[in-house]
Design a protein around this ligand. Structure first.
Ligand code: HPA
Length: 274
């Protein structure tokens, strides 16, 4: 069922985009919209026009799948993602990643906004994700396994590609961008965490907390795609620094990190040779 629907969505997109076969998929989270500025856009297709794509909820901005070229690389970019807290199932949240793989991508880039749990982090810092802890209550692989996508029990010892993490850190150092590597913990949201929860999340080994990325990562790894993901730290969640945050502050902090994120993503995409 899932495979059939993903194939139908893929065929529709292939008919729309002709011979454009993307090599790289990008999930644009908060703060990375500007990446699109440097892309030569060939096709832009609204999610609502794509068969079987989740239908947007009222609150979420209308999403688009954008096909374009960046420094010789053919990209398919999700402008707008689906979150579990919006009421989508995990299969819906991750459906576009399945489709991007069927379209031909060989690697996936993800960005998000996250709360900083490590005492070393400041607002608008970047964290390159090197591992994750999944505290979301559902898993996108629940249900019959589609063997054509991947195995029943996918390995998760290498969830984020080490070579790309190292390259990402090198690029950050070259441009004096404040970037760390660390562990991302995914929670269901939509409420932010209590003080006791932040303390718990830090204790179990996380450096940043957010409400996305892990489902997309699991599905990408299920299909054998290497993943590079980064978080922009939009609020600080250590006991001394925690205070009330508003969505506006989160967006402002994300925008502060936008040039650095853009630089890392763009250079890293350009460096890929296969
Ligand atoms: N918690 C969870 N998700 C978030 C946060 C946070 O503090 N900040 C941005 N996304």
């Amino acid at each position: 069922m899932l495979l059939k629907e993903a194939r139908e969505a893929t065929e529709f997109l292939q008919n729309q985009t002709g011979s454009f076969v993307p090599d790289t998929g990008v999930v644009l989270g908060t703060g990375l919209g500007r990446l699109l500025d440097d892309i030569d856009i060939y096709h832009s297709i609204s999610y609502e026009d794509i068969p079987h794509f989740p239908v947007s909820t009222v609150e979420s901005h209308s999403g688009k799948l954008i096909f374009g070229v960046l420094n010789g690389h053919k990209l398919v970019v999700m402008q707008g993602r689906f979150h579990y807290y919006e009421g989508y199932t995990m299969q819906q949240v991750t459906f576009p990643v399945r489709v991007m793989k069927l379209l031909g991508i060989r690697r996936l880039f993800i960005s998000n906004a996250a709360g900083g749990l490590s005492p070393d982090y400041n607002i608008s810092d970047i964290m390159i994700i090197n591992d994750h802890i999944n505290l979301q209550p559902e898993n996108p692989l629940t249900g019959p396994n589609e063997d054509e996508f991947g195995v029943r029990f996918p390995d998760m010892s290498d969830p984020y590609d080490r070579t790309m993490i190292d390259k990402g850190l090198e690029i950050a150092a070259k441009y004096s961008i404040r970037a760390h590597e660390g562990v991302y913990v995914a929670v269901p949201g939509p409420n932010l965490e209590t003080r006791a929860e932040y303390k718990y999340l830090r204790t179990i080994g996380a450096d940043a907390v957010g409400m996305s990325t892990v489902p997309e990562n699991i599905v990408a790894r299920h299909m054998g795609l290497p993943v590079f993901a980064l978080s922009v730290i939009t609020d600080l969640c250590t006991p001394e620094k925690i205070r009330k945050v508003t969505v506006e502050e989160v967006i402002k902090a994300a925008m502060g990190a936008e040039p650095g994120m853009k630089k890392i993503m763009e250079e890293l995409i350009s460096l890929q040779t296969d």
